[in-house]
Design a protein around this ligand. Structure first.
Ligand SMILES: [Zn+2]
Ligand SMILES: [Zn+2]
Length: 399
């Protein structure tokens, strides 16, 4: 049978468990074969493919020796000596991840080793195919500096916090922010290289390097050129990254009523893509600045307003600050310190619901006068006599 170096899930193909008995495998194959046999599905390409797959799976799993190698290595090839598979499995189990000393496991068999693949000379399509699968299987072992894939890659998004002053957030306006972003390299226009590809210096263009593992010697794909034999000179400006870091001042519009924590998306202002990939977006998280008098909670404005004892006691009309300037607030008679009074629609104009406004919430803070003259103290004592109720009575009643 043909050499198979791709990792395949034979158990899955036959729909059996890894622990399946030979009898179970035989039954599963027969059942699947009856369904997908080309005689039953004339002209059906998919059924034909499927039949090939199940035949291949059965070929390996129904043979005790082949199945053991498959279980140990993850694929089956006629070239693999059971002792080598054993050593490989032991190595994998040890978990140290080093590609040395495979106890005689000969990698050259998967490449263009002379005499290994009759009719499959170096460079033939079949050879290239086994190359690919070789890399897939062992890519985790040879963690050399692989060349980056050169297709278009989208740029990543950026996220910045943007502090916007109190008034700009309420009334809207323009704001600026300095951001560091990656831009397409102006020298190589994102190609990351200068000039055309040249012969790889590591492998002299062969695409392979020899690695020693204990007594063993095996060929592996050149990690520098990724087995292609060709490398390109990195662009001097971007050092082969294709992008350069830039500090840029970004100007953006703030909508009136923008709240703290709101996100603003600036499309295409993130990092540049590579090789023509689209740029990412820039996300700004708005942090609204504080104000010495007003505190903003959503669309509401909170503030504390001091009032005198007569104002709180007798009631009064007082001027209070709002975000639109002075406004009159009615203090009802008998207002207590800490009491909250709501001024409807004196808050922030909503960014989410145009035409709607929040409220201004005034917390009353009654200021107790310091009495400096005897006349005032006399009046206060008289007041006490006329209002002799004990404000702590309720406390004691609850004991
Ligand atoms: Zn460049
Ligand atoms: Zn090379």
């Amino acid at each position: 049978m043909a050499t198979t170096t791709e990792k395949k899930d034979y158990y899955g193909t036959l729909g059996v468990k890894k622990t399946a008995s030979p009898e179970e495998i035989r039954k599963a194959f027969r059942k699947a074969a009856r369904r997908y046999h080309p005689d039953v599905n004339p002209g059906d390409k998919r059924a034909e493919e499927k039949f090939k797959e199940i035949s291949e799976a059965n070929d390996v799993l129904s043979d005790e020796k082949k199945r053991k190698i498959y279980d140990q290595v993850g694929f089956y090839s006629d070239q693999i000596d059971p002792a080598q598979a054993e050593a490989y499995a032991r190595h994998q189990g040890s978990g140290d991840g080093m590609p040395v000393d495979f106890g005689g496991f000969d990698f050259s068999g998967f490449q263009s080793g002379p005499g290994r693949h009759p009719g499959q000379g170096a460079g033939s399509p079949a050879d290239a195919a086994s190359w690919g699968s070789f890399k897939d299987i062992f890519s985790g072992m040879f963690s050399g500096a692989q060349q980056r894939p050169r297709g278009p890659q989208p740029g990543s998004d950026l996220e910045y916090q943007a502090t916007v002053d109190f008034w700009s957030a309420i009334r809207g306006g323009q704001a600026r922010l300095e951001v560091h972003r990656q831009e397409t390299c102006p020298t190589c226009h994102g190609q990351a290289s200068s000039g055309g590809p040249t012969q790889c210096a590591e492998c002299n263009g062969t695409g392979q390097v020899t690695q020693m593992g204990g007594r063993m010697k095996f060929n592996i794909p050149c990690p520098r050129c990724n087995g292609t034999g060709r490398t390109t000179n990195a662009c001097a400006t971007c050092h082969g990254e294709g992008v350069v870091s830039r500090t840029e001042t970004v100007e953006f519009r703030i909508k009136a009523g923008t709240r703290d924590g709101q996100r603003i998306r600036l499309q295409g202002k993130g990092n540049s893509g590579i090789n023509g990939g689209a740029a990412g977006d820039l996300f700004l998280i708005v942090r609204t600045g504080a104000h010495p008098v007003f505190a903003r909670v959503g669309d509401d404005i909170h503030l504390t307003v001091p009032v005198t004892v007569p104002e709180a006691s007798l009631g009064a009309k007082v001027d209070v600050p709002t975000i639109d300037g002075r406004a009159q607030l009615k203090i009802p008679p008998g207002t207590q310190s800490g009491q909250k009074l709501r001024m409807r629609e004196r808050g922030v104009e909503s960014a989410q619901n145009p035409g709607q406004r929040g409220d201004e919430i005034v917390t009353v803070e009654v200021q107790v006068p310091t009495l400096a003259d005897e006349r005032s103290r006399e009046i206060m004592r008289e007041l006490a006599k006329l209002n002799s109720n004990d404000p702590r009575m309720a406390l004691f009643e609850k004991l």
